[in-house]
Design a protein around this ligand. Structure first.
Ligand code: E4P
Length: 218
């Protein structure tokens, strides 16, 4: 399973990249606004820190403007994935860019029907938002299971399921059980994955017992 981080905070990106576990980054207009940074220079900086896919989202919603914005964004680096909304115009842009060899991340997916359309449009990634579905008492993870199963039925669907809008470690564990290809998670949830109280208790006991031996390795 690939791990992407869902943030536009460069310090967080650098910190998690240093673990060696980070495979990519996703951003969106809300995250860019939160960062307070200029969009294009920020994406350039992120691309220098992370060699995997870096998703940069178009701001327009009409075909012609999205297409022009995508052309600007994809010039930033070869590993920029253009993020387009799950709309007819967004998928039109997706098809053209994919045919041209550019990675595309189709965002704001909330149904299996939408995921089928994105795969047919040649999307590199489809981003179903599990947390936002859970928020309205719909089963976000059931959607992941459905999409993974549907894609497995067709060898010619190369689209990777990128589980987005993650709220907690269980979203990641369950998505992994289902065989989702990628998760994009807030940094805080990735850090939670390390934690278990028995690890902390066990480590404290080992440190104490080692001190009793009076030995040193270095
Ligand atoms: C995905 O690419 C989105 O940026 C993100 O996961 C949305 O998450 P949210 O529902 O926490 O805003």
């Amino acid at each position: 399973m690939k791990f992407f981080i869902d943030t536009a905070d460069l310090d967080e990106i650098k910190d998690l990249a240093s673990t060696g576990l980070l495979d990519g980054v996703t951003t969106n207009p809300s995250l860019i606004a939160k960062s307070g940074r200029e969009f294009i220079p920020l994406i350039k900086e992120i691309c220098k820190v992370v060699s995997g896919p870096v998703s940069a989202e178009v701001a327009a919603t009409d075909y012609a403007t999205m297409r022009k914005e995508a052309d600007v964004l994809r010039k930033i680096a070869d590993h920029v994935a253009i993020k387009v909304p799950m709309t007819p115009d967004g998928l039109k842009v997706c098809k053209e860019l994919s045919d041209d060899g550019t990675m595309v991340n189709v965002t704001l997916c909330f149904s299996a029907a939408q995921a089928i359309l994105a795969a047919k449009a040649g999307a590199t990634f489809i981003s179903p938002f599990v947390g936002r579905l859970d928020d309205i008492s719909s089963d976000g993870l059931q959607l992941i299971s459905d999409i993974v199963r549907i894609y497995e039925n067709y060898d010619y669907f190369d689209t990777q399921v990128l589980v987005a809008s993650i709220r907690n470690p269980l979203h990641i564990i369950d998505a992994a059980k289902m065989g989702a290809h990628v998760i994009t998670s807030p940094p805080s949830v990735i850090r939670q994955l390390y934690k278990h109280p028995l690890t902390d208790i066990g480590l404290a006991a080992f440190v104490k017992d080692w001190e009793k031996t009076g030995q040193k390795i270095l």
